[in-house]
Write a protein that binds this ligand. Structure first.
Ligand code: 5GP
Length: 118
């Protein structure tokens, strides 16, 4: 798959062209369960407008960045993991393992996750 095919994946999910398990949606954001979950709760919170990574999003639309975090926190509440704890992370560029260059916030939780390096 090319970079732009992978970018299109999330836009195609937004357009309902590709199925996904949608857990929340606002005018500007969609949240879906990750297809390959790394924790009991693993949700991706995705802006409907494409920014390549978190740095570009923060520079160009900080309100939208804040909305991603707010929506992720609300989902943590819905999933019953707000008090036990959860992790929010952005993989940024290839050394971090970013594979889809349309920014997305990972929400992970539902079990103890240990230290930052796992
Ligand atoms: P990244 O590695 O770019 O930070 O995260 C991309 C995430 O997207 C991965 O956790 C991967 O499992 C998930 N993913 C890839 N393709 C699909 C898909 O078609 N549907 C869903 N729901 N998640 C996907």
């Amino acid at each position: 798959m090319t970079d732009s095919d992978l970018d299109n994946l999330f836009l195609r999910i937004v357009a309902r062209e590709i199925p996904a398990d949608i857990v929340a949606e606002t005018e500007r954001v969609i949240a879906i369960r990750d297809i390959n979950p790394q924790a009991p709760t693993h949700v991706l919170v995705i802006p409907k407008t494409r920014y390549r990574n978190a740095a570009e999003l923060a520079a160009k639309d900080p309100d939208l960045l804040a909305e991603l975090i707010r929506v992720a926190s609300e989902i943590a509440g819905q999933e019953g993991i707000a008090d036990s704890g959860y992790r929010l992370l952005f993989n940024t560029n290839s050394d971090a393992g970013q594979t889809i260059f349309h920014v997305h916030l990972h929400l992970l939780g539902g079990e103890p996750m240990g230290g930052l390096t796992g």
